[in-house]
Design a protein around this ligand. Structure first.
Ligand code: DC
Length: 235
C-alpha cells in the first residue's frame, strides 16, 4: 500500500537549498525524487506551447491533468532529473527566469493545484520518496514520516544566488536579486491556497549561517532517527 512507502517532505522558500538537499538525501537513501516546483514550471511552459492564458484557470487545470511529461534520472547533481514534455527535453527551459515567473502565476490557482494531485502522489514508489516544494508536508503528503522546513534569510539566499550567477558570468545585481526573492516569498506565503509555512510537526532548519554539508548532516540525522523509529514500530 502506498501509505506504507515513506515520504520525506522538504519545504521552504525559494533559494533555501532544498533542491541540493533533496538530491543528496535521495541519492543517500536510494529514494525517488519529486520536484513539485518543476510541475508548476511545466504547466506554465505547456500553457505557452498550447496558447493557453496563464490566468485561464479551467483550461490550465485541464492541461495540467493531461500533461505528457516524463522524469528521467541523471547523474548530474545540478539537474538530477531530465524532464521531457511532449517528447522534448525541457530541463534547461524550465530553469529560466521566464519559467519561474510563469510558474508563480499558475501555482496560486486552486484547480491547477488540485489537478496535479494524482500526478504528485504517483511519485510515491518503493523504497521511498523525497518530495521538494512549498506544501509537501502541509497539503500533499500530510502523512510524511519526516517533514523538514528549510529556510534562510532573504539576504543570505540573494547572496548565494548572486554567487551562482556570477560564477556563470551572468550579469546580475545583488539588490535586484534580494528584492525579487522578497517579492517571491511574499507571494508564496500570503496566497490563499496552500501558502508556504512550516507544518506543525516540521523540523525547522535555518541555514543562514550553515554550509550545505552542515545542513545535510542535520537533515540526515533527523531522517535517520525517524526512519529508525518507524522501523521499530513496525517490528
Ligand atoms: O521551487 P520552484 O522555484 O521551482 O517553484 C516554482 C513556483 O511554483 C514558485 O512560484 C512556487 C511554486 N510552488 C508551489 O506553489 N508549490 C510547490 N509545492 C512547489 C512550488
Amino acid at each position: 500500500m502506498a501509505e506504507e512507502i515513506p515520504v520525506i517532505a522538504i519545504d521552504g522558500p525559494g533559494g533555501s537549498g532544498k533542491g541540493v538537499i533533496t538530491y543528496k538525501l535521495a541519492a543517500h537513501l536510494g529514494f525517488h525524487i519529486l520536484d513539485s516546483g518543476a510541475l508548476y514550471r511545466i504547466i506554465g511552459l505547456a500553457a505557452r506551447n498550447h496558447s493557453v492564458e496563464l490566468d485561464g484557470e479551467p483550461a490550465l487545470a485541464e492541461l495540467a491533468r493531461t500533461l505528457d511529461v516524463r522524469f528521467e534520472p541523471t547523474q548530474d547533481p545540478e539537474a538530477p532529473l531530465r524532464i521531457m514534455l511532449e517528447g522534448a527535453d525541457v530541463t534547461k527551459a524550465l530553469r529560466t527566469d521566464d519559467a519561474a515567473r510563469d510558474a508563480s502565476r499558475v501555482a496560486p490557482l486552486a484547480k491547477v493545484r488540485e489537478s496535479i494531485g494524482a500526478l504528485q502522489h504517483s511519485f510515491r514508489q518503493f523504497p521511498g520518496l523525497v518530495a521538494d516544494g512549498r506544501d509537501m508536508g502541509t497539503v500533499v503528503f500530510t502523512d510524511a514520516v519526516v517533514k523538514i522546513y528549510l529556510t534562510a534569510s532573504a539576504e543570505a539566499r540573494a547572496e548565494r544566488r548572486y554567487n551562482q550567477l556570477k560564477d556563470k558570468d551572468i550579469g546580475v545585481n545583488l539588490h535586484d536579486l534580494f528584492e525579487s526573492i522578497q517579492a517571491r516569498d511574499e507571494r508564496d506565503m500570503k496566497r490563499a491556497v496552500a501558502p508556504l509555512k512550516p507544518a506543525q510537526d516540521a523540523y525547522v532548519i535555518d541555514s543562514t549561517a550553515l554550509d550545505i554539508d552542515q545542513v545535510f548532516a542535520l537533515v540526515l540525522s533527523a531522517v535517520q532517527e525517524k526512519l529508525a523509529a518507524v522501523k521499530d514500530k513496525l517490528g
